[in-house]
Design a protein around this ligand. Structure first.
Ligand SMILES: NC(=O)C1=CN([C@@H]2O[C@H](COP(=O)(O)OP(=O)(O)OC[C@H]3O[C@@H](n4cnc5c(N)ncnc54)[C@H](OP(=O)(O)O)[C@@H]3O)[C@@H](O)[C@H]2O)C=CC1
Ligand SMILES: C[C@H](CCC(=O)NCC(=O)O)[C@H]1CC[C@H]2[C@@H]3C(=O)C[C@@H]4C[C@H](O)CC[C@]4(C)[C@H]3CC[C@]12C
Length: 279
């Protein structure tokens, strides 16, 4: 009943006029999220390293009905770009209602053989830049009672060979953003955090990456994009898409949820009267 009623509660009007950032949106799932938002009449800012691709995406967003569409070019490996990005994007939007963290750096599927530069780059782009963007967005999202949407993977819940650095970055997202969600709840910060756990999606990147390595059914990026935005708009804690139906109950991990609640009783409640609490 809960899942059915939750799905019914979503209407495109929920995102009409909303001010939304989508990172990693020059292609793939991010590009499709920009188009779904445009179709719903949202204000969008898209970003990645490729200006030409972003120009095409923003033009298409305006054709599809976006209330406004802008792009900012830069790499999330560049700390100066990452640290200034949210301020620049929210200037264009006139505020911020939803931050969709989606970008990833490329890393081929292979056995880990000690490539520490690869591990550092993956953790920097796939994880640390998400934290930097969130820190900058938090005051704006608190003001709008907004939402953070974090795009993750089955590989961020299930240890996976051949993608150890990628998997580590996705597990890190779960640890950080699920903990941040607890802090928001305990300090009455009305910002939702949605972790999106995806199976294989038919983007060019993923199809190329798994070719000859794995045979796994893939789900359509267009529908995936809508499901991510639906979960964010409904302020769901987690969403599962593109994995087999029988996987979802296993991924929900009720034991972890129970421990989350039980362990929070051990904390001194006085520490959580304000978000600006020093430990
Ligand atoms: N496709 C799949 O099967 C699955 C995908 N996911 C997740 O979905 C999300 C999107 O995946 P997908 O659409 O396949 O990825 P794509 O490779 O299609 O898109 C990645 C995006 O990130 C951008 N990007 C890459 N490097 C950087 C950088 N250094 N700084 C800023 N932007 C960068 C790319 O643009 P540019 O090159 O122009 O910078 C592009 O827009 C990821 O978080 C991924 O982990 C999760 C599970 C499965
Ligand atoms: C390897 C992909 C990400 C890095 C990349 O862009 N490589 C290409 C390149 O370097 O040019 C991974 C992006 C999505 C992953 C897949 C995913 O997350 C779903 C499954 C999760 C499962 O635990 C393992 C298999 C997955 C299909 C996984 C495989 C690796 C990616 C394609």
């Amino acid at each position: 009943h809960y899942l059915y009623s939750a799905r019914d509660a979503f209407t495109p009007a929920m995102l009409q006029g909303k001010r939304v950032i989508v990172t990693g949106s020059s292609m793939g799932i991010g590009e499709q999220m920009a188009y779904r938002l445009a179709e719903m009449g949202a204000h969008v800012v898209v970003t990645s390293r490729s200006q030409e691709a972003l120009q095409k995406v923003t033009s298409r967003c305006l054709e599809l009905g976006a209330a406004s569409a802008h792009y900012l070019v830069g790499s999330m490996e560049d700390k100066a770009f990452t640290e200034s990005f949210v301020a620049r994007a929210s200037e264009l939007l006139g505020g911020l209602d939803m931050l969709v963290l989606n970008h990833i750096t490329s890393c081929p599927m292979s056995l880990f053989r000690g490539d520490m530069n690869m591990v550092r780059r993956v953790m920097e782009v796939n994880f640390l830049s998400y934290v930097t963007l969130t820190a900058a967005a938090e005051p704006l999202l608190s003001r709008s009672n907004g939402s953070i949407v974090v795009v993750s993977s089955l590989a961020g819940k299930v240890p996976t060979p051949l993608v150890a650095p990628y998997s580590a970055s996705k597990f890190a997202l779960d640890g950080f953003f699920s903990s941040l969600r607890r802090e928001y709840s305990m300090t009455k910060v009305n910002v939702s955090v949605t972790l999106c756990v995806l199976g294989l999606i038919d983007t060019n990147t993923a199809m190329r990456a798994v070719e000859g390595i794995m045979s796994m059914p893939s789900a359509p990026k267009e529908e995936c994009a809508l499901e991510i935005l639906r979960a964010g708009a409904l302020r769901q804690e987690e969403m599962y898409y593109g994995a087999s139906t029988w996987m979802s109950p296993l991924l929900m991990n009720p034991g972890r949820k129970l421990l989350e609640v039980l362990l929070s009783d051990y904390f001194n409640a006085n520490l959580f009267v304000s978000k600006k609490t020093d430990p």
